[in-house]
Design a protein around this ligand. Structure first.
Ligand code: ADP
Ligand code: MG
Length: 469
């Protein structure tokens, strides 16, 4: 079997046994360099990937290769930096088997005018690294299978910023530890070297400061401050969606830092491709680095987190109480921590033992309010509109615009699936459409979910958002 075909088949097997994020991260730009009788040498883009392929994924890779070539006993990896990669024809990695990517649109000149003006007073006082919370460290972060990949990537970057994966993009639901991990990188870096300039900001704060700088004619300074940073951390980048001017400026800052080999770390509640109206060139920049996801922790990890938080507080709780909290709060670590704090505080104030019964009583409101939530038609429509960056009028009025058809069908699907509205009722909500349109939408989405995993993920994500409302 020819090298390229062998690796393509092996990648097909590997893809089935690990998560999508892991596959994308570790196997992107890999290919077989040589194949001897017992040893296969794989070209990887950097030392980080080499370590993961040789250690963590060694068996999986070996097994996948053995399906086609039983003689292989050993995997070796050799780092081949990007620029030395063989000609495109010979690159038989993931990129070669992926569907061709959409062409990125050429950068638009949106009329932005550069001005050289004095420092904005608010900005000049923004000391770098001042916004890091010292509580968020790697030491206080519990690693589980849900965040393993994101954690190792963040840790590796804190040891070697700018040279491994740039940018690093971490995504996951609310309260799952994104901010904690991102800030841990900053805290670790400044602990090693106090001269390093670390800057943490949220996308909202970045946008506000940018608007402030434009208004006070201090854009040059705004840019200068950003350009002097060693590590830029931008949290919750999903809020960039739809803000053209902010995206444009962000792209410029991003490019400058990137070219200077400065590290950029970004977080979002969803992967880049699902951020509606994010400029294609930003999407492809984000996708060009490393993407790691954080999912919900399993019971074991939740218990470990509770124990760690108790240790931090120097408090003890009975085992049954810890188990009860861990078993009942599974969606969000912030809520898990909140429940723990509530039990500890109330039992101290009331001077009663925090036993199982006390925990059950204390948490009963919290658990019932969360689980038995009744959602409304308005919440569904609003969530879908926000996600796809559409106005309610856009989605509800009669019109045949193609880009609205998909979000509208999803909204129809949820109205039927989650609150059981009649097809006639759904048709009425969407500009007096016929009930068959609603029926068609529901059936189409239901069927597609079975075959299309990215749609399935999107629907699960949106459902979570609707219930978070
Ligand atoms: P996000 O930014 O994803 O919404 P945060 O980073 O704010 O979530 O995390 C919410 C809370 O949960 C924080 O107090 C954080 O310290 C805690 N937390 C999240 N994940 C972990 C973890 N793996 N180990 C310890 N604490 C965690
Ligand atoms: Mg956060």
């Amino acid at each position: 079997m020819e090298k390229g075909a062998l690796w393509r088949s092996a990648l097909g097997e590997i893809e089935l046994s690990i998560s999508k994020a892991q596959f994308g991260t570790w196997f992107k730009n890999t290919y077989i360099l040589s194949c001897e009788e017992k040893t296969v040498t794989i070209g990887v883009p950097n030392g980080f990937a080499k370590e993961w392929l040789e250690n963590k994924f060694n068996l999986i890779v070996l097994r996948a290769l053995n399906k086609h070539l039983v003689s292989i006993r050993e995997i070796r990896c050799t780092v081949v930096p990007n620029q030395e990669k063989p000609e495109k024809k010979e690159v038989q990695g993931i990129d070669a088997i992926k569907a061709p990517q959409k062409n990125t649109t050429p950068p638009k000149n949106n009329g932005f005018i550069r001005k050289d003006i004095t420092l904005s007073p608010t900005y000049s006082h923004t000391g770098v690294s001042s916004s890091l919370n010292s509580r968020y460290t790697f030491e206080s972060f519990i690693v589980g299978e849900n965040n393993n990949l994101a954690h190792s990537a963040c840790y590796a970057i804190s040891q070697n910023p700018g040279s491994l994966y740039n940018p690093l993009f971490i995504y996951g639901g609310v309260g799952l530890g994104k901010t904690h991990l991102l800030q841990s990188i900053g805290n670790a870096l400044t602990a090693q070297d106090s001269n390093k300039k670390v800057f943490y900001t949220t996308t909202e704060k970045f946008t506000q400061e940018l608007i402030g700088a434009i208004k006070s004619n201090s854009m040059e300074n705004f840019k200068r401050v950003y350009q002097s940073i060693d590590l830029l951390i931008i949290d919750d980048v999903q809020f960039l969606s739809g803000k053209e001017k902010t995206q444009h400026e962000f792209f410029n800052i991003f490019n400058t830092l990137y070219q200077l080999d400065k590290q950029i770390v970004i977080s979002s509640d969803r992967p880049p491709k699902s951020i509606a109206t994010l400029e294609d060139r930003l999407k492809s920049r984000f996708e060009g680095g490393m993407i790691a996801d954080i999912s919900r922790p399993n019971l074991e990890t939740r218990t470990a987190i509770l124990r760690a938080k108790l240790l931090e507080k120097e408090t003890i709780l009975p085992e049954e109480t810890i188990q009860y909290i861990a078993e009942n709060i599974s969606h969000n670590i912030r809520e898990l921590e909140g429940a723990l704090n509530r039990i500890v505080a109330l039992s101290e104030i009331q001077n009663v033992s925090p036993n199982l019964e006390f925990a059950q009583n204390t948490l009963s409101d919290l658990l019932h309010s969360g689980k038995k939530k009744v959602i409304t038609q308005a919440e569904i429509i609003k969530t879908i509109c926000e996600h796809f960056n559409l106005s309610q009028e856009d989605i509800q009025k009669k019109g045949r615009k193609k880009e609205i058809a998909h979000p509208r069908q999803i909204a129809m699907f949820f109205l039927r699936d989650e609150i059981g509205l009649s097809y006639t009722g759904i048709g009425r909500i969407f500009g007096g459409r016929d009930h068959t349109t609603a029926l068609h939408a529901f059936e189409k989405i239901s069927k597609e979910i079975e075959k299309n995993t990215s749609l399935k993920e999107e629907i699960a994500f949106l459902k979570e958002k609707i219930y978070e409302f």
